[in-house]
Each structure stands twice: as C-alpha cells, then as structure tokens.
Unconditional design. Structure first.
Length: 123
C-alpha cells in the first residue's frame, strides 16, 4: 500500500489537524477549499475574487503534490448563487479544450461564500 502524504500550502490552512489535501499513490483529494485571501481568513466581497483565490490555492496544492491542472478528474463547487459568470471564465482558462475537461458539479445556494473540492490522478 502506498504511503499517505498530507499536502499543506503556504497561505491556506485549516484551524484543525486537517491538511488542505492528501495524496495516496497517484490519487490526490482536497479538503474543502475556502476562498480566503492567501495568508488570512478574509473573504473577498465578490464571487469572482473568491473563485480566483480558490483556483490559486488549487494551483499550489497541485504543484506541491507533483501534479498540474491536467491531472484533475473532478471538481465540486458550493456557491451561494446560480451566477456561473463568476466561475466559468476561470474554468475555461484552466480547461480550454472542450474534449478534455474534468467533470464538475456546482451546488447552488449552499453557504454564504464559494468553496470547492477536487480529485486528481497522476498517471
């Protein structure tokens, strides 16, 4: 069995003994990813800025685990509104090829801020 590796990044952490992500062999899974401004617990006012922070945190997690955006298999987002205009530009930037995008589930009306999780696989 592969050894589990806790992934921690600068600028984002949980207040409890939970890593921001975990890697076992080729599998990487995140914990909930908050939209905090890096190094703080401050949440930006706009959904666009919240998603920008989330994507920045994910980028650091992937790099720390030896992965990149092409390794993401699934992403889930929890968002307070159905306004996908804040999320879709970042989504298309990271995954421009319509024939090679991860699966995605967006939970609408959940919480007061945007959050996310992801599953990645390094082949």
């Amino acid at each position: 069995m592969s050894t589990r590796q806790s992934i921690d990044i600068e600028g984002l952490s949980h207040l409890t003994a939970i890593p921001v992500a975990s890697k076992i062999g080729p599998l990487i899974t995140s914990s909930v990813i908050a939209p905090f401004n890096p190094g703080t617990r401050d949440v930006p006012d706009t959904l666009q800025a919240q998603y920008a922070n989330i994507f920045q945190h994910i980028d650091l997690m992937l790099k720390k685990a030896g992965a990149n955006w092409s390794h993401i298999a699934k992403m889930e987002f929890w968002t307070p509104t159905a306004d996908r205009d804040a999320l879709d530009p970042l989504w298309i930037e990271k995954f421009p090829d319509e024939q090679s995008r991860p699966s995605r589930h967006t939970h609408v009306g959940q919480g007061k801020v945007a959050t996310a999780t992801f599953i990645a696989y390094i082949d």
